[in-house]
Design a protein around this ligand. Structure first.
Ligand code: THU
Length: 150
């Protein structure tokens, strides 16, 4: 039996519902991202980021930023969430919520990292007051790099 855990939170899949269902899913994702954000390890920047990634199987993976004294190897919240999902065998993503104080947008590296799994992934950018806007990976990263080596 699946025990509830912070890394994997069941959520209803979005495809069958009306707009109030979607608002409910967004609220669940914001709550998970906010909870995960509390674990952010950001002693250098003080900028705390939480993410919640919804998969097509209806699971939600949280992620937070994890900084390092060697600044450049710090891990962003979005990539932490994606790594958790992929590590659990999931690669089909519906949406990601990112919560920061100011509703900031994902960095370029995270846009490219998300783009690996699809340009139609919905990206919801929320601030600490719960205000949010909705975009997509494709909108955030037009003309992404794709590897055409063969
Ligand atoms: N950060 C993220 O977690 N996601 C982003 O998309 C942008 C930046 C983190 C990295 C670092 O810990 C802090 O925010 C300040 O750059």
């Amino acid at each position: 039996m699946d025990a509830p855990s912070a890394k994997k939170t069941p959520a209803a899949p979005p495809e069958s519902g009306d707009s109030s269902d979607i608002a409910g899913i967004v609220n669940v994702l914001i709550e998970v991202a906010n909870n995960t954000r509390q674990n952010a390890y950001a002693p250098y920047s003080g900028y705390r980021v939480g993410a919640a990634l919804l998969t097509s199987q209806g699971n939600v993976y949280g992620g937070c930023n994890v900084e390092n004294a060697s600044y450049g190897i710090s891990l962003c919240a979005e990539r932490a969430a994606v790594a958790k999902a992929v590590s659990e065998g999931e690669r089909d993503f519906e949406a990601i919520v990112v919560v920061t104080d100011d509703g900031g947008t994902p960095c370029g590296a995270c846009r490219q990292f998300l783009r690996e799994f699809g340009e139609d992934i919905i990206v919801i950018l929320a601030d600490k007051r719960g205000r949010y806007r909705i975009t997509t990976v494709g909108e955030l990263l037009p003309e992404a790099f794709v590897l055409n080596s063969k």
